[in-house]
Design a protein around this ligand. Structure first.
Ligand code: HEC
Length: 154
């Protein structure tokens, strides 16, 4: 419960940052396709930091890993709500129709990401050797969900 609360606080912080918007403007939070793409953009940035450390391109930094895993957990908390009926198409979304036809499967994929990111936060790997497998478990969520629930680039 305490873990969920911590993640919820992180999500609130994330929403605050989203409200402030990027590029000097205010992000349109009324538009779920914009919000979910923005959330996955944060996911991509967090992944970039983690992957660089996993490949040894940058030195392992436990603080950076913790921040990146927390970003992923907070995105996972809010992501599932960004697919209401009526947001299936438009705005160059790559969301697959499978999200709406298999909502339980999609929700389970989101929940798995949250669970794995929470395990990674709690593991708090102290060095690169400990980080490797923890990172791998979280990273496997990206492709497995994208394969089923994200359309290929058109
Ligand atoms: C539960 C499913 C799910 C998981 C897990 C997931 N994604 Fe995504 N991701 C999506 C969907 C769906 C889209 C397409 C959203 C749209 O276009 O409306 C997407 C889009 C993206 C995008 C493109 C964003 C944009 O600007 O259009 C990036 C980058 C991304 N994901 C990175 C990641 C990374 C990195 C991970 C793993 C840490 C990850 N995703 C995990 C479902 C998921």
């Amino acid at each position: 419960m305490k873990k969920i609360l911590t993640a919820a606080i992180a999500a609130t912080t994330f929403a605050g940052a989203a409200l402030a918007g990027g590029h000097g403007g205010t992000a349109d939070l009324g538009e779920p396709i914009v919000v979910r793409k923005m959330m996955m953009g944060q996911m991509g940035k967090a992944m970039g930091h983690l992957a660089a450390m996993a490949k040894g391109e940058t030195a392992y930094d436990a603080r950076v890993a913790d921040a990146a895993f927390r970003t992923m957990a907070s995105v996972a908390l809010g992501f599932g709500s960004q697919f209401p009926e009526g947001s299936e198409t438009g705005m160059e979304t790559r969301a697959s129709a499978a999200i709406w036809s298999d909502r339980d499967g999609f929700d389970a994929a989101v929940a798995k990401l949250l669970a794995d990111a929470t395990v990674a936060i709690d593991a708090a790997p102290a060095d690169a050797a400990a980080f490797g497998p923890v990172f791998g478990a979280v990273a496997s969520n990206c492709s497995s969900c994208h394969e089923t629930y994200r359309l290929p680039r058109s």
